[in-house]
Design a binder for this molecule. Structure first.
Ligand code: SF4
Length: 267
């Protein structure tokens, strides 16, 4: 069934008993009761990032004692090979956005013989393919089309969370210090991945100050891209979680009912 934005808004405003019948309806859309998942190893190559999102618990200050400036190739390959022994299927490479704009990261890359983080990522993905049974999946932040094209050679799939298509959030605590969270830049990366036929994971972050209408508009943007390119393999509906020490620590997290509604309308 095709729903309009108004239908979707009324679902997000529905009461609990209406939600139970919606859940039953959504469940009936599934072909079967199989839940799939991918066993992966998580590889935070660096936790340095040029952005400073108000909800982030991943990014570290480059001068903090516990920052990962750059994981070394041996360290990374050891983890991947152990994952192989446990029959993991995916090597999930991730890092903050444009970490090589930070001098400490750049000099660590240079000392390993790489000019930038994407060159290093390519090398690591290639090593994974040559030496293990795992398939590389890279989350590298916003990328240009030519960068995606190069990384496509060594990735089974790639990913970038849209989070929200709302420009208004760029003015709020969530994204005001994060130039890479501009929706247009993220939508362009997802579209370019579609033009290059790269299987792609994306999704929304729920509870960072967006309205119900903005949640729906974000989903509709992804729907339009999927209708045109057909490359989106997964839409993650992720909930914001307040954590001690983050700028948004006192913000409310979305309730389970809100999350259920979002999952229902995404289906
Ligand atoms: S982009 Fe934002 S959420 Fe992602 S690592 Fe950087 S600061 Fe954290």
């Amino acid at each position: 069934m095709d729903y309009t934005s108004n239908d979707l808004i009324s679902i997000l405003n529905a009461n609990t008993s209406e939600i139970l019948s919606l859940m039953a309806e959504t469940n009936s859309l599934r072909d079967n009761n199989i839940i799939t998942y991918s066993k992966n190893v998580f590889l935070p190559i660096t936790d340095i990032c040029r952005n400073e999102c108000g909800y982030c618990t991943f990014r570290k200050d480059p001068n903090s004692d516990d920052a990962i400036i750059l994981m070394k190739p041996d360290e990374i390959m050891d983890i991947i090979k152990k994952g192989d022994l446990f029959n993991c299927k995916e090597a999930l490479f991730t890092f903050g956005e444009y970490p090589d704009e930070t001098e400490l990261v750049l000099s660590a890359l240079n000392s390993l013989g790489f000019e930038n983080i994407l060159e290093y990522l390519y090398f690591l993905c290639n090593e994974t393919l040559d030496n293990t049974r795992l398939l590389p999946h890279s989350n590298s932040g916003i990328l240009k089309k030519n960068e995606l094209k190069i990384l496509r050679e060594v990735n089974a799939s790639m990913g970038l969370m849209l989070e929200t298509s709302s420009n208004r959030i760029m003015e709020t605590i969530a994204h005001k210090k994060s130039p890479g969270k501009k929706p247009e830049l993220r939508l362009n990366t997802i579209k370019n991945a579609g033009k290059l036929k790269i299987p792609f994971t994306t999704g929304l972050l729920i509870g960072i100050g967006e309205t119900n209408l903005e949640r729906i508009e974000s989903l509709i943007e992804l729907r339009k891209i999927q209708d045109k390119y057909g490359h989106i393999q997964e839409i993650i509906i992720q909930n914001f979680k307040p954590k001690p020490g983050i700028p948004m620590e006192s913000y409310r997290e979305p309730s389970i009912v809100e999350m259920i509604k979002m999952v229902c309308i995404t289906n």
